[in-house]
Design a protein around this ligand. Structure first.
Ligand SMILES: [Zn+2]
Length: 342
């Protein structure tokens, strides 16, 4: 029988301090060369072991081999100059120094495929691999070449499709595209954002997911959330078109957020990864709190389509807190599962 309510995380998990400075995003590596490669693989083994120990069903690499969920992918592409940096506003929220697009973008060789093969060798459990989505990629760059957000997004979608096909061949079960930008640029999402995402998944036979969140638990995001009022209805903008799209799974932020749960009705028919773990607080949820969020979601998602997960990545948290949250997710899902099967 297929397991009900399989658990997973949105993506990143904390790195050990011997690999990179902890509790920080864009944290520099602590090692170089062959030592770094070995350390990344050791960290991947550890993060996998911790997920399995916590009882997580769909496991990932915890993004141990990448510095940042968007930048590391872009670093491997031609046409982007990392020396030529410009300051831009990311998701209209905070300023960051980002690389520039200086020519046609292309992928000369696979970016994460060796890492995915390595993860595949370590476990027989289903694995999920995260890639940045086209819209979030263009939002983390200065474009002095195409001078069109849409054009650049289509180019990235083609490149992502090449990478995704090779990840599928490496044995990845679910390929997830991270699109926090879907919660910000609503007109673009509906004009071409979802279309470029569908270009990125063209021809794939494995399952595909899109992760749309309110960001890591960092100050700029937490401050932004304070301006959003008591009801966060951002998802309402993209959901009708997403419901019509070929994406299989939608990954959402639901724990401690002000997202009205009934918005999920708008994507009825899709599988939904429900964020039942808040990544912006060190307080560890009780299993009962997790179960409660899942119970609420079950009013709008069929039980066989509900995947308990985290609101976002846990990279900026301490390892202890992240371990506690993984265990709470697993225990909370077990309570909800039990209620469904009696
Ligand atoms: Zn996220």
């Amino acid at each position: 029988m297929k397991l009900l309510l399989p658990t997973s995380t949105a993506g990143s998990l904390p790195k050990p301090s011997w690999l990179a400075e902890p509790e920080k995003i864009w944290s520099p590596w602590a090692l170089e060369g062959a030592h770094l490669i070995e350390a990344k693989q050791d960290a991947l083994r550890l993060t996998l072991q911790e997920q399995m120990h916590a009882g997580i069903d769909i496991v990932s690499d915890g993004e141990q081999t990448r510095q940042h969920f968007v930048t590391t992918f872009i670093e491997h592409l031609d046409g982007v100059d990392f020396e030529k940096r410009k300051t831009v506003r990311i998701r209209n929220r905070y300023e960051a120094s980002v690389p520039s697009v200086v020519g046609s973008v292309s992928r000369q060789k696979p970016v994460f495929v060796d890492d995915a093969k390595f993860l595949r060798q370590q476990t027989d459990q289903p694995i999920k691999w995260a890639l940045p989505g086209p819209m979030t990629m263009i939002d983390t760059l200065y474009d002095g070449h195409y001078k069109s957000r849409e054009k650049l997004a289509w180019e990235f979608a083609k490149i992502l499709n090449q990478e995704a096909r090779e990840l599928e061949a490496a044995g990845v079960d679910i390929i997830q595209f991270d699109e926090p930008a879907f919660n910000v640029f609503f007109d673009d999402v509906n004009d071409w954002g979802i279309a470029t995402l569908e270009r990125a998944i063209e021809g794939l036979k494995c399952e595909t997911a899109v992760h749309i969140c309110y960001g890591y638990g960092i100050k700029a995001n937490n401050d932004w959330k304070k301006t959003l009022g008591s009801e966060w209805r951002q998802y309402e903008q993209a959901f009708p078109k997403l419901q019509q799209s070929n994406i299989d799974i939608v990954s959402l932020e639901c724990q401690n957020s002000h997202v009205p749960m009934d918005l999920i009705e708008l994507i009825r028919g899709k599988k939904v990864m429900i964020g039942a773990i808040d990544v912006a607080t060190n307080a560890i949820e009780t299993p009962e709190e997790v179960a409660n969020t899942l119970r609420k979601a079950l009013q709008f998602v069929d039980a066989d389509k509900l995947y308990p997960s985290t609101n976002c990545g846990m990279a900026p948290l301490s390892r202890d807190v992240a371990r506690g949250k993984l265990a709470a997710l697993s225990a909370g899902a077990a309570i909800a599962r039990q209620e469904l099967t009696v």
